[in-house]
Design a protein around this ligand. Structure first.
Ligand SMILES: *[C@@H]1O[C@H](CO)[C@@H](O)[C@H](O)[C@H]1NC(C)=O
Ligand SMILES: *[C@@H]1O[C@H](CO)[C@@H](O)[C@H](O)[C@H]1NC(C)=O
Ligand SMILES: *[C@@H]1O[C@H](CO)[C@@H](O)[C@H](O)[C@H]1NC(C)=O
Ligand SMILES: *[C@@H]1O[C@H](CO)[C@@H](O)[C@H](O)[C@H]1NC(C)=O
Ligand SMILES: *[C@@H]1O[C@H](CO)[C@@H](O)[C@H](O)[C@H]1NC(C)=O
Ligand SMILES: *[C@@H]1O[C@H](CO)[C@@H](O)[C@H](O)[C@H]1NC(C)=O
Ligand SMILES: *[C@@H]1O[C@H](CO)[C@@H](O)[C@H](O)[C@H]1NC(C)=O
Ligand SMILES: *[C@@H]1O[C@H](CO)[C@@H](O)[C@H](O)[C@H]1NC(C)=O
Ligand SMILES: *[C@@H]1O[C@H](CO)[C@@H](O)[C@H](O)[C@H]1NC(C)=O
Length: 481
């Protein structure tokens, strides 16, 4: 009886050794994998022989936690979990999970023989507000969710826009399960594929999650300034980016005009664009003279003012409407006109007032300038800050120009030709009536033209007398120069 405990303890130790070696021969492997909601993932049964070399008596099991998914014995297999999202790839007994859901996160185990491969599946889900369809100036909201069998990771999130520039999202609300971020105010050029980069150090995760952003808007800037001279024709265009971003939804819009910020808008036309991208326009205004050009680039809203009036100036606003949301782009039309008082030829010694006027307030860096073409510095006059009207009193005929200058750029110019009153007729009359003084006048005229100084004239006085006859013959053409 004394020996019994010894035997049993020996057996017990033997059992311990045996079971220990049994456990250690049962290879345990731990894997970690990430998946994306909506995507798919293939989980390996690491180390398993290919189907053709697998001994027929091998038993293979796939489980999700304790729930059996698939079972194989003696070359026959059963799917024990009723979900067509789970498929076994027979060659290496991989588990292929399609159309992943957040709730698919957890522990998947593949057991074959004495092997046990345990894979922890971590799932991310990225959601973007409004299904990724925005109008310019809207701010998308991005939500990243994660689910896992282990405690949730503290993630570092970086965003790259469609031009691969880093965007710092404004983290709105953060819990480990759900990161809510506001992106930035979108512009039409932000359309494209963005990337949300998810990083964690332990376990190491570097997951790039691409997502599509479409921004419907204008290729014009938000506010454009267009200059026109009175009576010219001008075309105002808004270029939609529908084709560029392959926008496949219908939307509507309208074009309004208002002379002043405070004035009531006046509807010029409305339009709609079908999901196929066809644009239909309807003219709304009959008392405003404008045309819709027949030939124009696709996806372009355009109006032509064939003869611009001074009072056609103001803001032309093109507005889009999509699902009750709006985006707009404005063109400010600035019209310039010039006038003279009194009109008509300028006679010697008289003066006239030229007026140049623009329809709207000028930019802080802009001013008006009157100048005479080929004139002197004395013939230049600039407007003062904020003046929309510039008057100049002139006493010299010629071609006068008014410029609107912005940042030393001539934005627009308008000419006014001041004719000289026909003084020659008077001279002829004087010449004819005073007789002998005709020669004196002819000499003076020559001096002005050929710039001969008084001194040189004296030296030449003798020769002059001889030249007298010749001069008389040529006086007409010289004085008319
Ligand atoms: C799964 O196994 C295949 C083939 O052995 C290998 O190429 C792949 O990297 C494995 N995948 C993972 C996630 O370990
Ligand atoms: C996370 O996964 C578990 C299973 O691992 C599931 O029970 C739970 O519902 C999932 N959470 C969410 C938010 O889907
Ligand atoms: C985007 O930029 C990151 C660095 O900021 C770089 O690692 C990555 O390769 C770039 N991707 C593309 C598609 O250019
Ligand atoms: C953040 O989210 C949690 C739950 O998701 C909510 O209870 C909380 O009110 C939110 N906080 C803010 C500031 O939105
Ligand atoms: C689009 O405009 C055309 C022409 O004005 C009109 O016949 C059509 O009904 C409009 N379609 C929609 C969806 O508004
Ligand atoms: C603008 O002024 C012209 C006269 O200069 C007038 O005939 C026209 O009706 C005006 N147009 C508008 C839109 O007020
Ligand atoms: C313009 O002429 C008027 C008279 O015709 C005169 O009173 C005025 O001073 C003149 N102005 C200039 C700037 O020469
Ligand atoms: C100004 O001068 C240029 C050459 O100097 C000449 O070609 C042009 O016709 C002149 N213009 C006027 C309006 O006098
Ligand atoms: C131009 O002359 C008129 C008188 O002819 C005078 O009333 C006006 O102030 C003058 N303007 C300028 C800018 O000199």
């Amino acid at each position: 009886q004394k020996t019994t405990p010894n035997v049993s303890s020996t057996l017990y130790i033997l059992f311990l050794i045996l079971s220990h070696s049994l456990i250690s021969s049962m290879a345990h492997q731990h894997e970690f994998q990430t998946g994306l909601a909506g995507g798919e993932v293939t989980l390996n049964c690491t180390g398993i022989l290919p189907d053709s070399k697998l001994p027929r008596d091998t038993v293979v099991h796939w489980k999700y936690y304790d729930t059996p998914l698939w079972y194989m014995e003696k070359g026959r297999s059963w799917k024990t979990f009723n979900a067509d999202r789970f498929v076994i790839k027979m060659q290496y007994k991989q588990l292929w999970v399609r159309n992943l859901k957040l709730s698919d996160a957890g522990i998947y185990t593949c057991e074959y023989g004495t092997h046990k491969v345990r894979t922890s599946l971590h799932i991310f889900k990225l959601m973007i507000s409004l299904d990724g369809h925005f109008l310019q100036n809207e701010v998308p909201e991005l939500i990243l969710m994660q689910n896992s069998s282990s405690p949730l990771l503290d993630l570092r999130i970086t965003l790259f826009d469609s031009n691969n520039n880093t965007v710092m999202p404004e983290l709105q609300n953060k819990s480990r399960q759900k990161y809510i971020m506001n992106l930035k105010k979108l512009e039409a050029v932000d359309s494209g594929t963005w990337v949300c980069q998810v990083h964690s150090d332990s376990p190491l995760i570097d997951q790039n999650i691409p997502f599509a952003v479409k921004v419907l808007g204008f290729q014009n800037p938000n506010l454009e300034r267009k200059y026109a001279t009175v009576d010219s024709s001008v075309i105002l265009s808004w270029h939609l980016n529908t084709q560029k971003i392959k926008w496949k939804e219908g939307f509507t819009g309208q074009l309004n005009w208002k002379q002043q910020e405070s004035a009531n808008p006046h509807e010029l036309l409305d339009f709609n664009v079908t999901a196929q991208g066809q644009l239909h326009e309807t003219k709304k205004s009959s008392n405003f003279l404008f045309e819709i050009p027949e030939r124009k680039p696709e996806s372009t809203i355009e109006v032509k003012l064939p003869k611009v009036h001074f009072n056609h100036s103001g803001q032309y606003q093109c507005q889009l409407e999509y699902q009750g949301r709006h985006a707009q782009s404005k063109i400010e039309l600035v019209v310039m006109k010039v006038s003279a008082k009194p009109v008509g030829p300028l006679s010697r010694g008289a003066n006239m007032t030229l007026t140049c006027q623009v329809s709207g307030p000028l930019q802080p860096n802009a001013y008006l300038r009157w100048e005479r073409v080929n004139g002197t510095k004395m013939d230049i006059k600039n407007s003062k800050h904020n003046e929309v009207k510039l008057e100049v009193n002139i006493s010299v005929a010629g071609l006068w120009s008014c410029h609107l200058i912005e940042d030393s750029d001539r934005k627009i110019s308008l000419h006014y030709h001041v004719e000289e009153a026909a003084v020659w007729t008077n001279y002829v009359i004087i010449g004819a009536s005073v007789g002998g003084s005709l020669l004196v006048f002819a000499l003076g005229c020559l001096c002005i033209i050929s710039n001969i100084s008084w001194q040189r004239r004296r030296q030449r006085a003798k020769r002059m007398a001889q030249a007298r006859q010749h001069l008389l013959e040529n006086k007409t053409c010289q004085c008319q120069q």
